[in-house]
Design a protein around this ligand. Structure first.
Ligand SMILES: Nc1ncnc2c1ncn2[C@@H]1O[C@@H]2COP(=O)(O)O[C@H]2[C@H]1O
Length: 268
């Protein structure tokens, strides 16, 4: 059970879009994704201790293989007191559930101090874009209605707003209106947190913080009209959730390492 109490801040770390392969030396756009994840985990360990919760917000795997999920688990085990995973478009949700059987890693609701963390599945089998089906919207409504006294952080994979990269607009959450309709009924929602966009994003909508984060491997260039790989280093997001509903958060990136990225590749 996480050590935080209702009076203390809970410390969360988000690792997203690690794109691991069944093979340990698998590469995305020329970058070895496991090696890159390991460097990011090293950085997390250098910068934080006493992490209450690890959030893995989708595309843990590039190929959906059981071996890739088992490895993600081995590499991150012990990093935090608890962990929660939710799938992205590259993931195989059934394989994730099978690998996580007997653990709480795929459970969608977790109470942490004065907060409730809700993880939703925005992935659509066979598609790159995201969509919340009725089950997910009902889960969200129920989880929010059950705990009006808590502050809520809602996590998923696909971006619900435009992040300023034109090429990514069509592959975001296609029914964001349905999400916002639920959220607008629950003033205790403090933040939405997602992956998929491989870049830092920190804005607000109606007082709700909107956060996205770097991938632990390849980055996408902010503000790009077409698919464009970014030159920033792999990284992660940390969040301190205070008992009064305040959030401190930031992004940290690996330093001092030249990652081999093939910038000539125009997609994957
Ligand atoms: N050249 C491209 N143009 C548009 N989309 C692309 C291109 N290359 C890859 N993609 C998709 O963009 C997605 C971005 O997030 P994903 O890593 O989920 O998966 C990526 C690919 O499915």
């Amino acid at each position: 059970m996480p050590s935080s109490t209702r009076s203390a801040a809970a410390l969360l770390v988000q690792l997203t879009d690690s794109h691991l392969f069944a093979e340990a030396d698998g590469k995305l756009l020329g970058l070895a994704t496991q090696d890159s994840l390991l460097r990011v985990i090293e950085r997390v360990r250098e910068e934080h201790s006493g992490i209450d919760l690890l959030l893995a917000t989708g595309d843990l795997s590039q190929d959906g293989s059981a071996a890739s999920y088992q490895r993600f688990h081995q590499l991150t085990e012990g990093l935090a007191a608890a962990a929660r995973w939710t799938p992205g478009n590259h993931d195989e949700a059934e394989v994730m559930h099978a690998v996580c059987a007997g653990s709480e890693r795929m459970q969608p609701v977790l109470d942490l101090g004065a907060w409730r963390v809700i993880l939703l599945d925005s992935a659509v089998p066979g598609a790159v874009l995201g969509h919340f089906d009725e089950t997910q919207l009902q889960l969200l409504e129920r989880a929010l209605s059950e705990a009006p006294e808590r502050h809520h952080l809602i996590c998923f994979h696909h971006h619900p707003v435009s992040i300023g990269c034109d090429w990514m607009d069509p592959i975001g959450l296609r029914n964001a209106d349905a999400l916002f309709a639920v959220i607008d009924r629950h003033p205790q929602v403090r933040a939405l947190l997602w992956g998929h966009v491989h870049q830092d994003f920190d804005e607000q909508r109606n007082g709700v913080r909107l956060l996205a984060s770097p991938s632990t491997c390849v980055q996408f260039a902010p503000g790009s009209e077409e698919f464009q790989v970014g030159s920033e280093a792999p990284g992660y997001r940390w969040l301190r959730l205070h008992a009064d509903g305040r959030i401190d958060t930031g992004v940290s990136r690996v330093t001092g390492i030249d990652f081999e990225i093939d910038y000539s590749v125009t997609g994957y």
